[in-house]
Design a protein around this ligand. Structure first.
Ligand code: 3HC
Ligand code: NAI
Length: 694
């Protein structure tokens, strides 16, 4: 018998206890043990009722995802759940931690569920591109009604114990010790001869005749491209319309279809990649970390304010420094307004607004920074200004303080040399808006110490970010690839495509918006200033002038001026093609002697995407990113690359590295442009018939 699940008698109640760290996932051994222990409990004459509980940090948090895609080994989870439901002794699930997915499904096979206040329950399968496949879609609607079940299953978000009680998923909250409480609960039921409560025997209610079609419409935009949410709706519909066993059959079919879908493979890849990025190759897990209890941010502009909010949100006191009083006041006012808007939406309370503001301490004096453990500089993107700031930080900060820069284009190694302690310096590249975007590119300099890297990677998670370690180069990983794509998008328009056509191709691939809508959102002047700077400093390597420069010079800066590559109506972010811009493009082509040609959607896709894949391969080759998964996580969390395609390089594998390499070589031959010079890594993989992921 499996030793991952054990049975014991506590007085007159049998206890089935799962012990499979870290999250008691329902792997084969656990499933086998659950069945064996149930049978033992049923055979135990002294046991009047049974309690199922998880040891360690949680009730089972779901099926064992590592088993997906491997040959199934019995007993199957739906059968395990069915056996619990068929028990003729009362079974109580005692929940702490996170009863997710298959874990909650096991609990739904029990007659009753009790939970501690801090517990969460949920069916997050949709986030892995699948649906609850052990009866969750059939039992939850029967227990709480179709509308509520749809909300829980399709969003896939965990439900707090208190809300689960209100919904009727949980029957009682346990204040003290969970096992004691669950035993008492089971004893009370047994003493009162409480009837069995098999959810399968309940009728699922549909409160609104158009529920399913309306629900589908309500998620269409947000879930564009995903398959699982729509299959979830079909499965819940089956719970309402079909008898239980037929509904289970339908759930199984839909589950099986999703399990082998490319969307689910990609989403599972992202699940593990997101966790894997935290483990830095070559950096031992036990690398010591510095204590970070007090932080400072330099600059209260667009980025500085958002960065400070992350720390306040995590309960970490943060000082924010500006040179001028008015800039400081303005920055603080923006932070307060952001919090107040969040409170208006009901996401935080008025008290939380005040608590967080109290953690943010404005200052005009560097001398106030002598006690901080970490400083993040977010001042103007200018080397002289950075130099002034880092010299000052070097003067005032205590030994061992980490000095980080949020620069997006400057050389972190040079910045480190402005101090006497380059080993304490690294980049922390937040994405805008910094309080919202989950990605944090942590940039390791040549001299950055291991414990500084380990501390910053750990801190990323503490403030709710996905931290990815990258090396120093222009644009790091994300923007370096993005700039190549942007240049290609502009070139495609030069040759004859329209901005709207280019944007549509990338939108259809699953990006939230195309390259031109994105530059309108970010502000066209940002890229313009960088190009102009380059043209002054390094004219030989600067990009040639094009029609986007002209747009900026005419004051078309993007959404903020209601005109950029596209036009915008007041209060509306929808990009509208502009005849004025069309005329500018035509004029540019004429000046350059370019005869506009028809550009196919396929060519747009290949040029915009393959240029990024090739650059990604160069980034790996140079060691700027350690693994393909680091690049993929950056694109998903920094640029909204569709999760159901797994990231730029995971997507490249689905196209075929050889196919991409051939095209890259062809474009290189045709254009002679260095960006198309195939990366050696790409060439090797193509020759070996491999993908980035083997
Ligand atoms: N299967 C296998 N491994 C799992 C797992 C699972 N369901 N859930 C978590 N793990 C692993 C993680 O990969 C990680 O491994 P590592 O230490 O080697 O990197 C370890 O457990 C700890 O996980 P986290 O770092 O995520 O720990 P947290 O404490 O931050 O979060 C959690 C815990 C909330 C349980 C989170 O891990 C989570 O959301 N897990 C996935 C839950 C889920 O999706 N369940 C549904 C599975 S599908 C299913 O049940 C199908 C069924 O309907 C048939
Ligand atoms: P910003 O112009 O909005 O803010 C800069 C702030 O720094 C201003 O409030 C200014 O008063 C202050 N400042 C200037 N010199 C200072 C000094 N010596 N001491 C203290 N404060 C000083 O700029 P933004 O956009 O916030 O950018 C800041 C940094 O973040 C730059 O390095 C930029 O490259 C980087 N970054 C910007 C992103 C963006 O989308 N805006 C994204 C990622 C990084």
């Amino acid at each position: 018998m499996s030793d991952l699940v054990s049975y014991r008698l506590e007085g007159d109640i049998g206890v089935i206890s799962v012990n499979y760290p870290p999250v008691n996932a329902l792997g084969q051994g656990v499933r086998e043990g659950l069945v064996a222990c149930l049978r033992q409990g049923l055979d135990d004459d002294q046991a009047k009722a049974l309690v199922v509980i998880g040891e360690g940090r949680t009730f089972p948090a779901g099926a064992d995802i590592r088993e997906f895609g491997k040959p199934p080994q019995g007993p199957a989870l739906p059968d395990v759940v069915a056996e619990y439901e068929a028990s003729d002794k009362l079974v109580v699930a005692a929940i702490h931690g996170t009863a997710l997915g298959g874990g909650l499904e096991v609990a739904l096979g029990c007659d009753y569920r009790v939970a501690v206040d801090s517990a969460k329950v949920g069916l997050p399968e949709v986030k892995l591109g699948i649906l609850p496949g052990a009866g969750g879609t059939q039992r939850l609607p029967r227990l709480i009604g179709a509308q509520k079940a749809l909300e829980v299953i399709v969003a896939g978000n965990p439900v707090k114990a208190k809300d689960a009680l209100e919904l009727g998923i949980v029957d009682e909250l346990i204040g003290g010790d969970l096992l004691e409480g669950a035993l008492a609960f089971a004893r009370k039921l047994a003493a009162g001869n409480a009837p069995l409560r098999r959810i399968r025997d309940l009728q699922a209610k549909k409160e609104d005749p158009d529920l399913f079609s309306n629900f589908e419409k309500s998620i269409a935009r947000k879930q564009r491209g995903f398959k699982a949410p729509f299959h979830c709706i079909k499965a819940v519909q089956a719970a309402v319309e079909l008898p239980f066993d037929e509904g289970m059959k339908r759930e199984r079919e839909l589950f099986a279809e999703l399990l082998v879908s490319p969307e689910s493979r990609a989403q599972r890849h992202v699940f593990f990649a997101e966790r894997e990025v935290a483990k830095v190759p070559g950096l031992p897990k036990d690398t010591p970390k510095r204590d970070i209890n007090q932080v400072a941010v330099i600059g209260a502009g667009t980025m500085g304010g958002g960065i400070a909010m992350n720390f306040a949100n995590a309960g970490i006191p943060v000082k924010i420094l500006e040179v001028k009083e008015d800039a400081l006041e303005k920055g603080i006012a923006v932070i307060r307004k952001n919090y107040e808007n969040t409170a208006k939406k009901g996401r935080i309370t008025a008290q939380q607004v005040e608590d967080r503001m109290a953690l943010i301490q404005p200052t005009l004096s560097y001398d106030d920074l002598s006690d901080v453990d970490l400083v993040i500089e977010a001042v103007f993107e200018n080397m002289d200004v950075k130099k002034a700031v880092f010299s000052e930080l070097d003067r005032v900060c205590k030994p061992g303080a980490i000095l980080a820069t949020n620069t997006s284009t400057l050389d972190v190694n040079r910045i480190a040399e402005f101090t006497q302690r380059p080993e304490d310096v690294m980049g922390m590249h937040f994405f805008s808006p910094a309080n919202v975007m989950k990605l944090l590119e942590n940039v390791r300099g040549e001299k950055t110490a291991d414990d500084v890297v380990a501390t910053v990677m750990d801190l990323s998670r503490r403030i709710g970010k996905v931290g990815v370690l990258v090396g120093v180069c222009h644009g790091f990983v994300g923007n370096r690839m993005l700039h190549k794509r942007q240049a290609e998008a502009i070139q495609l328009v030069n040759e004859g495509a329209s901005p709207a056509q280019v944007d549509k191709v990338l939108f259809d691939l699953g990006f939230p918006m195309g390259p031109f809508a994105m530059s309108d959102l970010a502000g066209m002047d940002v890229g313009y200033r960088i190009r102009e700077e380059l043209r002054k400093e390094d004219p030989d390597n600067a990009p040639p002038r094009n029609w986007t420069d002209e747009l900026v010079e005419q004051g078309r800066l993007g959404q903020k001026t209601q005109a950029g590559v596209f036009d915008y109506k007041e209060g509306d972010r929808t990009p509208v093609p502009s005849s004025e811009v069309d005329a500018l493009i035509a004029k540019f082509r004429e000046e350059q002697g370019i005869q506009a040609r028809e550009v196919s959607d396929q060519e747009i896709l290949e040029r915009c995407m393959y240029v990024m894949v090739n650059e990604g391969a160069k980034i790996l080759e140079e060691g700027i990113a350690a693994r393909p998964l680091d690049v993929d996580v950056i694109w998903i969390y920094g640029y909204g690359f569709p999760v159901y395609r797994g990231g730029v390089l995971f997507w490249a594998d689905s196209v075929g590295v050889k196919t991409i390499y051939d095209k890259v070589s062809q474009f290189h031959k045709e254009t002679g442009n260095d960006v198309w010079k195939p990366a050696a890594l790409l060439e090797n993989l193509a020759n070996e018939g491999k993908g980035f992921y083997g």
